[in-house]
Design a protein around this ligand. Structure first.
Ligand code: MN
Length: 307
């Protein structure tokens, strides 16, 4: 069996913003979402630099290379900002998923900096795999905010880590075991601030085609208010041999026991067919290689963005 990606991707300015500062980039072996910040054209420049660098630097399937690509992107953003006053203060989040080689075969490597997110739908269970590097997430961890309060907190757009801020960016990195049929979602906060986890899970489980799924998530975010730019990248783990065949049927939809896309009826919220795990669930067997921890200086970098 040869593990591969089938990818769908969408980005949209949303309902209220004038420009789209999100970027994504994908190849056969890596997918990246970046959410830029900074006035003038800074945010767009930073996020597209990061998205493109991440893909072009990921020449070999290796987790260390994915982390290196983040560091290189950070350097390029800092240099570009130093060279052009119009770009001063620009920065970006970055989240990426790539196929990597490990001694016993192929695995998945992932990185995260900032408050974009990665989720995984396994069968009918949606898990948030990344932790937000944001002020409200830190306050939730300290017990000073509930997750519900964090969702509507006026300062929920303050990030504590991003590219383009300091010389040495702290990168969260992960290993995941690839399982055919698993579906990963990379997204900017313009999605999950407008669409709750239950609805994200439902959409992910409803559409078989990754491009249709990415598009449907954007539609849902705009319907929810569209107050920010929205970017969604859906990565299906496939057996390359099978993926050469015509498009597979809606296997996910049937396994999740949710009505297909033609049905207008939403699933009953009390139905626990689609469960949602927080990133802090006790059992996270596949996140076996998170390299980062809280650095002593980590919480000092707080700044506002995307206003
Ligand atoms: Mn955003």
């Amino acid at each position: 069996m040869t593990i591969g990606f089938r990818i769908g991707a969408a980005t949209d300015v949303g309902v209220q913003r004038e420009i789209n500062q999100d970027s994504y980039s994908v190849s056969g072996s890596v997918a990246v979402v970046a959410d830029g910040m900074g006035g003038h054209r800074g945010g767009e420049v930073a996020s597209s630099l990061a998205a493109q660098e991440m893909v072009s630097r990921f020449a070999e399937p290796d987790l260390a290379l994915l982390v290196e690509a983040v560091e290189h992107s950070n350097r390029r953003i800092l240099d570009a900002a130093a060279a052009n006053p119009m770009l001063h203060g620009m920065g970006t989040t970055v989240v990426a998923l790539g196929l990597i080689n490990v001694p016993d075969g192929v695995s998945l490597g992932a990185i995260n900096v900032g408050d974009s997110r990665m989720y995984r739908l396994t069968g009918v269970v949606l898990e948030q795999l990344t932790e937000d590097h944001s002020l409200v997430e830190a306050l939730v961890r300290e017990g000073r905010l509930t997750p519900e309060q964090a969702e509507v907190h006026p300062q929920r757009n303050i990030v504590t880590r991003a590219l383009g801020v300091v010389e040495h960016v702290e990168v969260d990195s992960f290993h995941f075991i690839p399982k055919v049929g698993d579906r990963y979602l990379l997204c900017s906060d313009g999605l999950f601030n407008e669409v709750n986890a239950q609805e994200i899970a439902t959409i992910l489980a409803t559409y078989a085609d990754p491009q249709e799924t990415a598009d449907a998530l954007v539609v849902a975010a705009n319907a929810g208010g569209g107050r920010d730019n929205i970017t969604t990248v859906v990565v299906d783990i496939v057996d390359e041999a099978e993926s050469q065949m015509p498009a597979a049927p809606a296997a996910l939809a049937s396994s999740a026991n949710i009505d297909g896309p033609a049905s207008p009826s939403a699933p009953d919220p009390s139905d626990d067919a689609v469960a949602f795990d927080t990133p802090h669930s006790a059992s996270e067997p596949t996140t076996d290689d998170q390299q980062s921890g809280e650095s002593p200086a980590g919480e000092k970098q707080r700044w506002s963005w995307r206003r």
